[in-house]
Design a protein around this ligand. Structure first.
Ligand code: ARG
Length: 463
């Protein structure tokens, strides 16, 4: 019978302690990684002659049987087993006999066992998230390709600022998500070292081979220091931070989807499959999906703050506080996965209303800066003065009830006699957008360059 209580105890643990202490209800999610880690450990013990090859083989066979039992739903989880490690070891004792199962824990502690399980989970999750982010960038890219000339108002302070094209606006998001993918990747690389073999905290007297277990589990090498091996949870903090930043980006996109689908904008319409109804107002189609994307960002931030706080001031090495590391990470990973899948489909199926985007550009004097730029470039007027003259022109346009992009040069000439007919070609919204052809700018050409750059990154990254 696998038990963490040794002969030193005279009394049984209280039922209340068992409930309070147990992590099985949530750490059973780590069953796969636990079995993977134990198989690597048993094989290594066999190779090193610490166990006989026969014993190691019997352990590996037993663990493989347990894996299929869990995956087929035949495994009985019992909270009295405390955690996934003890639950699996107990079942192994029933399958292989206590004399065999009792040898698996040689040269190992639950401290390095849980660290390796959890790290494997985090590493796999990073790879999964990178792939989902790449898919989402691909979706945005496919949409953007058709919109390098679709004008919409670029905003600052949520006020009309300058005309941009829709592809350019989407590329801004792609750049954020590209950084997110790279952040997950860099955390993956930095943390790809195995804690297994650290044992309780100080290493072990057995002649183990940590390089073998590290390689077998897909790590680059063993961690350098056993005490750090069992105390480190930076990898968990990093994924929580990476997910937090990613979700912050998602929440900004979600906010724009909500605004854009409102009656005031009508730039997009969410598909029926990804819109919800109101229980009282029959006319309504609500953007619950982006609202939830925005809202779920809160719990993800909470998970990061929670673990940072758990770890603050913890003395080395393992402390049971660290058992509190898992639920937040599971929750953040699962939240990010469902958000990515949902946002991808929502964006893929939404319709884009070019006409309304372009109509919105007729308001707010988006090409006012172009009048100032014209005065600087063609009339050699200092920018500050040009800025002032343009302000007057905007005031005039307001008085006439027109947008500056539609003002005749004759009206403008009344404000400053140096203005001539040529000005009109600089004030159209399209000209304004295409004038911004500096690298990274919104002109159709420079937008197309950015799309090519993004496509090349997608092809290269993690291929
Ligand atoms: N359930 C524990 C955790 O999640 C496993 C490690 C227990 N180690 C110990 N020394 N009590 O952290």
């Amino acid at each position: 019978m696998a038990k963490s209580r040794s002969g030193v105890f005279e009394k049984e643990a209280s039922g209340l302690l068992n409930c309070f202490n147990a992590s099985l209800l949530f750490d059973k999610k780590l069953y796969f990684q636990d079995i993977q880690g134990s198989i690597a450990h048993a094989k290594m013990l066999g190779n090193q002659g610490i166990l006989s090859e026969k014993e190691a083989k019997a352990i590996v066979n037993g663990l493989e049987k347990i894996l299929s039992e869990i995956e087929n739903g035949e495994f009985k989880f019992d909270i009295e087993d405390e955690d996934i490690h003890m639950a699996i070891e107990k079942r192994l004792s029933q399958i292989a006999g206590e004399d065999i199962s009792g040898r698996l824990h040689t040269a190992r502690s639950r401290n390095d066992q849980v660290a390796v399980d959890f790290k494997l989970y985090v590493q796999n999750s990073s790879l999964l998230l990178i792939n989902l982010i790449k898919e989402f960038i691909k979706t945005l890219l496919d949409i953007a390709k058709n919109h390098t000339q679709t004008l919409l108002p670029g905003m600052t302070h949520l006020q009309h600022a300058q005309p941009v094209n829709f592809a350019f606006h989407l590329i801004a998001y792609m750049c954020m998500f590209r950084r997110d993918a790279e952040r997950f990747e860099s955390s993956y690389k930095r943390n790809n070292f195995s804690p297994l073999g650290s044992a309780a905290l100080a290493g072990t007297p057995y002649p183990i081979n940590r390089v073998q277990t590290a390689k077998e589990l897909g790590f680059d090498a063993p961690m350098s220091n056993a005490m750090d091996g069992v105390s480190d949870r930076d990898f968990a903090l990093e994924i929580l931070f990476n997910i937090s930043v990613f979700m912050m980006h998602i929440s900004r996109l979600a906010e724009e989807l909500i605004l854009w689908s409102s009656a005031e904008f009508r730039f997009i319409a969410l598909s029926d499959e990804y819109s919800t109804g109101s229980s009282i107002m029959p006319q309504k189609k609500n953007p619950d999906v982006p609202e939830l994307l925005r809202g779920k960002t809160g719990r993800v931030y909470g998970n990061l703050m929670g673990l940072l706080t758990v770890l603050k001031g913890l003395p080395l090495a393992y402390n049971k506080d660290m058992q509190e590391d898992k639920e937040g990470v599971f929750d953040s990973v699962e939240t990010a996965v469902i958000c990515l899948k949902t946002v991808n489909e929502t964006v893929k199926t939404m319709s884009i209303n070019k006409e309304n985007m372009s109509k919105a550009c007729q308001k707010g004097h988006l090409s006012a800066t172009d009048l100032a730029d014209y005065l600087v470039t063609h009339k050699n007027i200092p920018f500050r003065e040009a800025h002032f003259i343009t302000g007057k022109a905007v005031a005039k346009a307001e008085e006439l009830g027109v947008d500056i992009s539609q003002m005749s040069y004759l009206e403008l000439q009344k404000i400053d006699g140096r203005i001539d007919k040529e000005v009109e070609k600089y004030l159209s919204l399209e000209a304004s957008m295409n004038a911004r052809a500096s690298k990274g700018g919104t002109s159709t050409n420079t937008t197309k360059e950015q799309l090519v750059e993004m496509e090349n990154w997608l092809k290269k990254f993690c291929s």
